[in-house]
Design a protein around this ligand. Structure first.
Ligand code: FMN
Length: 328
């Protein structure tokens, strides 16, 4: 078994964290990853305490494993942190890990997580940000390389970033960005990461609620088909992201303001999907799907079929274990 500082700290059986892949990071997928021994994640940005409690309860009903919750704390969504504090207070009582992405790491939020009994984590894209996260009191840090799918804080390749971050902080560091194979996982662990964070690959898990057309596009895509852009910035400006290039081109070619209808992840109701809006296509999304964001990391190379989250975790772990042993 691959035992690391991350597995010891969290109680997970394997050193894999599911990335909080936006509106797909729901109880069904999170619990499936937790049941497979990894750290399942819920995305709770914009949720109020009652909505968050309901998602956490539903997850707990489905798993006895370890799971966490993620908040995107960009100023665009949380201009001040008061609204966030209330929900973080509740969530920290029920999730093992409470994690944040975007914005300078904030020690008052970390203290709140600790006071209520959870571990605190921050996904960062630079060494300076990692040092700030450690100083703010985080128990875990996720280093995100530019290979990552979705919003990308990283500006350099994952291994270069790990090189800097692992020399700068003492807390366990997870590697994020472009990890979809046991080979990539083994490389990150061999470099000194305590675990890996995997996003794109879980979009095609059987338990994911991603739209089948989105899943199909990922299955056919190669890393060269992805691009870092700021195209889908309508509701979240100044935030680079990696998507399939074809979706940027289709959105640019689309005439009109509304590309379709999509489900809001916090409230659950359907709403118009604006052209260039940032959201994740779930099964019930309708409209001109090809012009909606197709988030994808360079790890899309490993996305070949729909399979269970457990099979994705098993493949990564068994191949990484085999490679790490073969190098000894
Ligand atoms: C569809 C999608 C949605 C994402 N949403 C979030 C999010 O809500 N919060 C977050 O911290 N990171 C989010 N990310 C970024 C991931 O945390 C992670 O850095 C990335 O998935 C790692 O690269 P990979 O996709 O190649 O595995 C998202 C990524 C994807 C692909």
């Amino acid at each position: 078994m691959l035992s690391t500082k991350f597995t010891e700290l969290t109680g997970c059986r394997v050193p894999i964290q599911m990335a909080a892949i936006g509106g797909l990071a729901k109880p069904s997928l999170a619990a499936a990853v937790s049941n497979a021994g990894g750290l399942g994640m819920l995305q709770l940005s914009g949720f109020n305490p009652a909505q968050a409690t309901s998602a956490l309860d539903e997850t707990r009903k489905r798993t006895r494993g370890v799971f966490g919750a993620n908040f995107i704390v960009t100023e665009a969504w949380y201009p001040d942190l008061e609204e966030l504090r209330e929900v973080v207070e509740t969530v920290s009582k029920h999730a093992k890990v409470v994690e944040f992405f975007y914005r300078q790491p904030d020690s008052s939020i970390i203290d709140l997580v600790h006071k209520n009994g959870a571990l605190a984590s921050w996904q960062v894209g630079s060494n300076d940000e990692a040092v700030a996260a450690a100083k703010a009191g985080c128990d875990l840090i996720v280093a995100q390389g530019i290979e990552a799918g979705g919003h990308v804080r990283g500006k350099i390749g994952l291994l270069s970033l790990l090189d800097q971050v692992l020399d700068s902080v003492d807390v366990p560091v997870l590697a994020a960005g472009g990890i979809g194979s046991g080979r990539a996982m083994a490389a990150a662990l061999a470099a000194g990461a305590s675990g890996v964070r995997v996003g794109t690959c879980f979009i095609v898990a059987e338990e994911s609620e991603a739209h089948p057309e989105y899943q199909k596009a990922l299955i056919y895509a190669e890393p060269e088909d992805t691009v870092v852009t700021e195209a889908f910035s309508e509701n979240w400006p100044n935030a680079p992201h990696r998507v399939l290039r074809s979706s940027v081109e289709a959105a640019q070619a689309f005439k009109g303001e509304i590309v379709g209808q999509r489900r809001l992840s916090a409230g659950g109701e359907m709403a118009p999907a604006k052209r260039f809006e940032s959201f994740v296509m779930t099964r019930d999304t309708t409209g001109v799907l090809e012009a909606m964001p197709h988030w994808a990391g360079e790890s899309v190379a490993s996305v070949k079929k729909i399979q269970s989250a457990a099979a994705i975790v098993d493949e990564l772990v068994s191949e990484a274990e085999r490679l790490l042993h073969s190098w000894k």
